[in-house]
Design a binder for this molecule. Structure first.
Ligand SMILES: [Zn+2]
Length: 388
């Protein structure tokens, strides 16, 4: 009897410990809503915060994302600013979920989208709290957790974008800066106000537009990770290629919802991990079938294959595959293999072959069938690029 009690007690303690361990994580989901923003934050307190809900048609998308996580209440709802790509889906969320507090900046707009949000709030018997810099939304010193607003100061900004709520999250040793659509004006205001801007993760402001992400701002925030919430082939050409190369110069690992879909950053208090790997420089080129890379020569008797980049850009061929169809062999290009424009690389096999600057030795064995063989080149998505 005594033993049984002890066993039950141990089970209880273990399950209590595991639930508290799970509860300690902070999770930030940058939900893929196309061109717009929607950020779900699962706090270590088990509470939920939703910042924006994307454009009008993405309300149901965000709602089903929340339901899949068994979320039925939003404890803190933030609308960063009254543009439709941010608050469009909010009315749907307000109508369909239990609501805690609702925050928006002290600015109005004349659109139907904005009116719909006000109406949904009213129908829910809720009030919008006008939010400005300095507001502490969550403060849990015992968890070392704080969510506060750094902007807006509430000035007369010319651009509605500059009213965006800027949210800073500190959780133990990790920090996050979520920026809405602020432009350089506010970036400089923030720098001049001497608030602590440094953050491990920065939501790149305004969908990566060159209205924002000034060098000085990036220097002050010093993020390791940058997340861009942006739609594929959007009419604004977001993100700007100038900004992408600026982020790369600052050594920021870039995550993009147009290329990696929903991005989830998880903090255990010490480090941040992601559900997907960072975007690499040449991803666009690599996924494109029209790479301009061709098998330009196959010499079966010499056991030599020449691959040439006929395009005007460098192409990353890491993890591409060269297949000898008859010989039934596959060669995988090593990591960090790139071909400059116009450059060729030779893949050789057979006894006594030597590697050189542009020559890779496949194997000391003979690969190609001398009675006739076909060479095929596949990119890392296993798409056929060239055949010889
Ligand atoms: Zn926007």
């Amino acid at each position: 009897m005594k033993n049984k009690l002890i066993i039950i007690l141990i089970i209880l303690i273990v399950s209590f410990l595991t639930t508290t361990i799970q509860a300690e994580n902070l999770k930030i989901h940058f939900i893929d809503v196309g061109q717009g923003d929607s950020i779900l934050i699962q706090l270590p307190t088990q509470e939920t915060m939703l910042i924006d809900a994307g454009p009008n048609d993405s309300g149901p998308t965000v709602a089903s994302y929340l339901r899949n996580l068994e979320i039925n209440k939003i404890d803190y709802l933030l609308g960063t600013h009254p543009h439709a790509d941010h608050i469009g889906g909010l009315d749907y969320i307000i109508n369909n979920f239990k609501m805690g507090r609702i925050y928006m900046p002290n600015v109005t707009h004349t659109t139907n989208t904005f009116r719909d949000v006000l109406l949904a709030v009213k129908n829910k018997n809720k009030k919008i709290k006008g939010a400005t810099a300095g507001l502490e939304i969550v403060s849990q010193p015992e968890l070392n957790l704080k969510v506060s607003l750094l902007s807006p100061e509430g000035k007369d900004y010319e651009s509605l974008n500059n009213y965006s709520l800027v949210t800073k999250i500190n959780f133990q040793d990790t920090s996050f800066l979520l920026t809405g659509d602020i432009e350089k004006k506010v970036e400089y205001d923030l720098i001049n106000s001497h608030v602590p801007l440094e953050a491990d993760l920065l939501q790149i402001p305004h969908h990566g537009s060159n209205s924002s992400s000034s060098n000085l701002f990036l220097y002050k925030v010093k993020p390791k990770y940058g997340v861009i919430s942006v739609g594929q082939d959007n009419p604004f050409n977001h993100p700007s290629s100038q900004i992408i190369s600026r982020l790369e110069k600052h050594g920021i690992n870039i995550y993009r919802t147009d290329q990696q879909n929903t991005i989830i950053a998880t903090s255990d208090g010490q480090k941040i991990s992601f559900n997907t790997s960072a975007n690499s420089k040449n991803k666009k080129i690599r996924t494109n079938n029209q790479t301009g890379v061709k098998i330009s020569r196959v010499s079966l008797s010499d056991e030599l294959v020449e691959i040439t980049n006929t395009s005007q850009q460098e192409v990353d061929i890491s993890n591409w595959k060269l297949v000898s169809v008859k010989g039934k062999q596959t060669f995988t290009f090593p990591k960090n293999t790139t071909l400059a424009k116009g450059e060729s690389i030779f893949i050789v096999s057979g006894r006594g072959k030597e590697a050189g600057p542009q020559t890779i030795v496949w194997t000391g064995r003979y690969i190609w069938n001398n009675n006739g063989d076909t060479a095929k080149l596949y990119n890392q998505e296993q798409k056929l690029i060239s055949k010889y």
